[in-house]
Design a protein around this ligand. Structure first.
Ligand code: 1GP
Length: 250
């Protein structure tokens, strides 16, 4: 999965990941149709996860619905119960700005042997919640990083890079009324060689494009897939049509 991501980034592309929260799926039939649509629109991968209410059976039902599509299925875990060998990879994340050690390293210690047994590929990821972060911010006991404090965001990002992580997920929170500031994305992309994932509150192609222009490597949309699939397709097109020249191989 990492090679696939690096290859596309090396071609100057920006990736779009479609986030499916298994707890928000009412009908697998409808999910199948949505997945088909997102795939045809050119989404680059599926992220599967949600903060609360995700059971193993809901998770696996979603992964099974995706199994015939050749793009990566990546788990976006909120806890150690959100893991399955049916996925290709896992964002192995540490919520760096949490005040609770469990979300910084405890869940990772509990989860590592499970991930190893399942044979999942690891994408070592710093998870950074910007602003309040909605449910994820609440559950994760987040120490807030203000939307406009780019220096603070970048300091976390540099620390993540120095600790050997490869990805940073700048998260405004699912359903957030605003996105992460493109200027914070620009700052983090410029000061580190991490692959920058940005999500939370992205509702239209213009917002997605600003985030691409700021240097994001991967743009995530979740809520929009449920509320307005038509517009989600436009967001996917805006992201996947975007081309950039990256300064260095990441
Ligand atoms: C949440 O960043 C993702 O973890 C997606 O957010 O649901 O607001 O698109 P949205």
């Amino acid at each position: 999965v990492n090679n696939y991501i690096e290859k596309l980034l090396g071609e100057g592309r920006t990736l779009h990941f479609s986030l499916i929260d298994p707890d928000k799926v009412d009908s697998l039939d409808q999910l199948g149709k949505l997945i088909e649509r997102l795939y045809k629109a050119g989404t680059s991968g599926f992220l599967v996860g949600g903060t609360i209410g995700v059971t193993q059976s809901k998770l696996e039902a979603v992964l099974e619905t995706m199994e015939d599509y050749e793009i990566p299925k990546i788990i976006f875990p909120s806890n150690i119960n959100v893991l399955s060998p049916l996925a290709d990879a896992v964002l192995f994340m540490s919520l760096l700005n949490s005040d609770d050690l469990y979300y910084v390293v405890g869940a990772q210690v509990m989860g590592a042997p499970l991930v190893k047994q399942m044979g999942l590929e690891i994408l070592p990821t710093a998870y950074l919640i910007i602003g309040e972060g909605g449910t994820a911010g609440h559950v994760g006991r987040v120490r807030t990083i203000p939307f406009d404090n780019h220096e603070l965001g970048a300091a976390y990002a540099m620390a993540a890079e120095f600790m050997g992580m490869r990805y940073i997920y700048l998260e405004a929170g699912s359903g957030s009324p605003r996105t992460v500031n493109p200027s914070m994305v620009r700052y983090v992309a410029k000061l580190t060689n991490l692959n920058v994932i940005v999500g939370g509150g992205i509702r239209n192609p213009e917002a997605a494009r600003s985030i691409c222009e700021a240097g994001a490597d991967i743009v995530v949309t979740g809520t929009l897939l449920e509320t307005d699939p038509e517009r989600a397709v436009k967001v996917i097109e805006a992201v996947t049509e975007f081309r950039t020249v990256r300064e260095s191989a990441k």
